[in-house]
Ligand binder design. Sequence first.
Ligand SMILES: C[S@@+](CC[C@H](N)C(=O)[O-])C[C@H]1O[C@@H](n2cnc3c(N)ncnc32)[C@H](O)[C@@H]1O
Length: 247
Amino acid sequence: MYGKLCSEFYDVDKRFAELDEVNFYKQFIDKNDLILEPMCGSGRLLIPLMQEGYQVHGVDNSTAMLANCRERANNLGLNPILFEMDIASMNLPHSYQSILIPLGSFQLLYPRETAFNVLQNFKKHLRPNGKLILDLFIPWESLYKDNENEFSEKDVIIEDGRINLKSHGKSNKYEQYCISDSIYTKVINNREVVVENEKMYLCWYYRYETELILEKYGFKNIIYKDEFFRNENHMIFIAESLGCDEN
Ligand SMILES: C[S@@+](CC[C@H](N)C(=O)[O-])C[C@H]1O[C@@H](n2cnc3c(N)ncnc32)[C@H](O)[C@@H]1O
């Protein structure tokens, strides 16, 4: 679960989606549509879309990420509709024309069966012929390593100091997941003031495998796009939800 310090780190590290990413999503949505962003976090994409007049609801299971989303949106004069829920069991009082999940967030769902249940839940929340827009990536470097310990470290600068992130990861290329243990440390005036631990899984799916999975869980007319933004490769799937009579 994304905690308070992890959320603070995220907002400095990622802030808001750049224009190229926002423009990419705009091709597939309409201002009259009701749109859902599951795993919306602190509004990195939701807020820029709302600023452009799109009606986007957000769902996330992290209190801290949603609090940051609300605060960042309020500072820009926006008042987003946000639900604090686990997307595996979410049951929302709306149905949506589009569901979009940027930045590989869907890959945080573990084990894979959870991800498959979530796809079925998305389908329940989509109008017939509604669209699912799913952004995935493959951590290619994990293919060269199996169960090797990997260590990484990153600092972000905050107003009065820095937040340090140390991660220890291991990947399983056969079962297609990485597991990472991270420690976030806030350092102010050279003193450690807060420490937070986080464990995270990240699954990955290959292109044709993803298309088959989407088909199996009730999606059709799948379009695939290879995109490059944030200096990263993104595999984007745009799939239509089957109508009730097509199931
Ligand atoms: C990498 S962040 C991405 C946030 C946002 N999609 C973006 O593009 O910046 C992933 C988000 O997924 C949320 N999350 C992870 N598992 C979840 C679950 N089972 N249900 C709801 N939210 C979840 C986390 O709290 C976090 O805010």
